[in-house]
Ligand binder design. Sequence first.
Ligand SMILES: Nc1ncnc2c1ncn2[C@@H]1O[C@H](COP(=O)(O)OP(=O)(O)OP(=O)(O)O)[C@@H](O)[C@H]1O
Ligand SMILES: [Mg+2]
Length: 128
Amino acid sequence: MNKLAKDCLSFSKSGDLNRTEEDIGRIIEELLSLITPHADLNGVNIYLTMSGSCPQILVDRDKLKQALLNIILNAIEAMTDGGNIAITVSRKDSYLNIFIKDTGPGIPDELHDKIFGLFYSTKSGGTG
Ligand SMILES: Nc1ncnc2c1ncn2[C@@H]1O[C@H](COP(=O)(O)OP(=O)(O)OP(=O)(O)O)[C@@H](O)[C@H]1O
Ligand SMILES: [Mg+2]
């Protein structure tokens, strides 16, 4: 119930961005120090590649961290026998691309249209 309440709260506040100038490398490093012990316990290795120099970006650091954390947790949960997660950050014109790839089974084709639906989950207890 706590998690559900928190998720609803963070969704309801999602329009409210608090953007500051940040170093993307630092944000991801902080996130990795948080998640690595949990990944280790699940036999998952996380590799980060920052290609080229990444400029400061204007971003809501808490929301970005939350989004990346959710994606990484999804990858860990999908790889029940362990595996690898590769995070690649690269610059493209005025954009920053962040790719997150795992060695799990992948998201089934029939779910592709559904996973961005609010509160869609295939997990018991998942809030989506
Ligand atoms: N890396 C992945 N590999 C395979 N399936 C995935 C992956 N990421 C997401 N999915 C699928 O997409 C669904 C939706 O993911 P989402 O994070 O929105 O919700 P959830 O993980 O089910 O719930 P919660 O995030 O609240 O724990 C998951 O239930 C899972 O079936
Ligand atoms: Mg999830």
